[in-house]
Ligand binder design. Structure first.
Ligand SMILES: Nc1ncnc2c1ncn2[C@@H]1O[C@H](COP(=O)(O)OP(=O)(O)OP(=O)(O)O)[C@@H](O)[C@H]1O
Ligand SMILES: [Mg+2]
Length: 322
C-alpha cells in the first residue's frame, strides 16, 4: 500500500481540525479527496470556502509527493496503468473470459438481475476468491461485505472455502461484514471504507444490495429526485474509493423480470442512469434452467457485447459441466 500522509500535514489544518478529522475516521490525506467541499464543511462545521481550501491543499500535497496522478498524463501512461489492473476470478472461466480476467480492481462493477439470479452467491464467491494467491486468481487480500438485506451467510462462506481447500475459520476471519440498516447508515459506512481498507488489507468490497435501501426509503414520485441525488453521491463515493485505493468493488441491484421483454433487451435496473453513470461495468444476470445463469455485458466502454453461461452450486460460482 502506498505511503500515508497524516492530515495534520495539510496546510490550513491545525490541531483542532486534525483531531476532528481523525474522529470522523479521516486519518490519511487521501481520504479527504472523497468529500465534496459542502460535505466536508458540514462535517467540520466550517465554511464551505475553508473546506474547499483544505481539499485543494490536500490534493496539491498528494501531487507533490507523487501519490496522485498529474491532471494531464500521456496516453501511454494510461495504457501502462491499465496493464497494472488486477483481477479476481469469479470461479467461472466463462464469466472470467467475458470480464477479461474477472472482477477488476480500481473500478465498480454492477451485477443486476431478478431475484435468484446469483448476485449474492457471486458476492460470496468473490469474498472468498480474493483471498486466494494470485496464481489461483486471487489477490491474496481480504474482503469487506456490506450487507443491506441480511443475506450474508457465513455457512455459505465455509462451503465455498472448503471447496477451494482453504481453512474455513481463517477465511471467515478475513471477511469484514457490516450490516447497513438504512441509507444514512450506508453512506456513513462508505465513508469509513478508507480506514477499513488500510486496517484490513482489503482487495474486494461487496455491497449487496447497494440500491435496495434507497428504493425502500424513498418511495413515490415526490421523493424521486432526493433519492437519485443521494444514490448519485453514494455511487460516486464508491467509485472514488475504488480508484484511490485500488480495490475491486461489486454492487448488486435487483430488477423485476418483465416477461413481455425478450432476452437481449434486459430490464432497466433501479437507479437508472444515476447508477449507470457511476459504475464502470454493468453485468446483467439472467436465470436459465435449474442452476444455470447467463451473464451479459451491458454498456461497457471496452468490452464487446457478449454472454457467458455459469452455474451456482454448493461450491459457489463455477462453469456448467459439459
Ligand atoms: N448452497 C447452495 N447450493 C446450491 N445452490 C445454491 C446454494 N445456495 C444458493 N444457491 C442457488 O442460488 C440461488 C440464489 O441466488 P442469489 O441468492 O445469489 O440470488 P440474488 O440474485 O442475490 O437474489 P435477490 O435479488 O433475491 O437477492 C438459489 O436459487 C439457488 O439456486
Ligand atoms: Mg441477493
Amino acid at each position: 500500500m502506498a505511503e500515508e500522509i497524516d492530515v495534520k500535514e495539510v496546510p490550513g489544518v491545525g490541531d483542532v481540525t486534525a483531531r476532528k478529522l481523525r474522529e470522523l475516521g479521516i486519518i490519511d490525506v487521501k481520504a479527504l479527496l472523497l468529500y465534496s467541499p459542502i460535505q466536508l464543511a458540514e462535517m467540520l462545521n466550517t465554511a464551505v470556502e475553508r473546506a474547499e481550501r483544505i481539499i485543494l491543499s490536500a490534493y496539491n500535497l498528494l501531487k507533490e509527493r507523487g501519490l496522485v496522478e498529474d491532471d494531464f498524463v500521456t496516453a501511454d501512461y494510461l495504457l501502462e496503468k491499465l496493464s497494472r489492473r488486477r483481477y479476481i476470478t469469479t470461479g467461472s472461466r466463462n464469466l472470467d473470459t467475458l470480464l477479461r480476467g474477472g472482477v477488476v480492481t480500481g473500478a465498480v462493477t454492477e451485477f443486476y438481475g431478478e431475484f435468484g439470479s446469483g448476485k449474492t452467491q457471486l458476492c460470496h464467491t468473490l469474498a472468498v476468491n480474493v483471498q486466494l494467491p494470485e496464481e489461483e486468481g486471487g489477490l491474496d487480500k481480504n474482503a469487506i461485505y456490506i450487507d443491506t438485506e441480511k443475506t450474508f451467510s457465513p455457512s455459505r462462506i465455509v462451503e465455498i472455502a472448503n471447496a477451494r481447500g482453504l481453512d474455513p475459520k481463517e477465511t471467515l476471519r478475513r471477511i469484514v461484514v457490516a450490516r447497513a440498516f438504512n441509507t444514512t447508515h450506508l453512506l456513513l459506512l462508505s465513508h469509513s471504507l478508507p480506514k477499513k481498507i488500510k486496517e484490513n488489507n482489503i482487495g474486494f468490497i461487496a455491497i449487496d444490495s447497494a440500491v435496495a435501501p434507497f428504493r425502500a426509503e424513498y418511495i413515490g414520485r415526490g421523493k424521486l429526485s432526493e433519492r437519485q441525488q443521494l444514490l448519485n453521491r453514494f455511487m460516486h463515493d464508491l467509485l472514488r474509493v475504488a480508484e484511490l485505493y485500488d480495490v475491486a468493488i461489486v454492487i448488486t441491484n435487483q430488477v423485476q423480470a418483465q416477461p413481455d421483454i425478450m432476452f437481449g433487451d434486459p430490464t432497466k435496473p433501479v437507479g437508472g442512469h444515476v447508477v449507470a453513470h457511476a459504475v464502470t461495468y454493468r453485468i446483467y444476470l439472467k436465470k436459465s434452467k435449474k442452476n444455470i445463469r447467463i451473464a451479459m455485458i451491458i454498456d461497457s466502454p471496452e468490452h464487446p457485447p457478449g454472454e457467458a453461461v455459469f452455474t451456482i452450486t454448493k461450491d459457489g460460482i463455477s462453469d456448467p459441466e459439459t
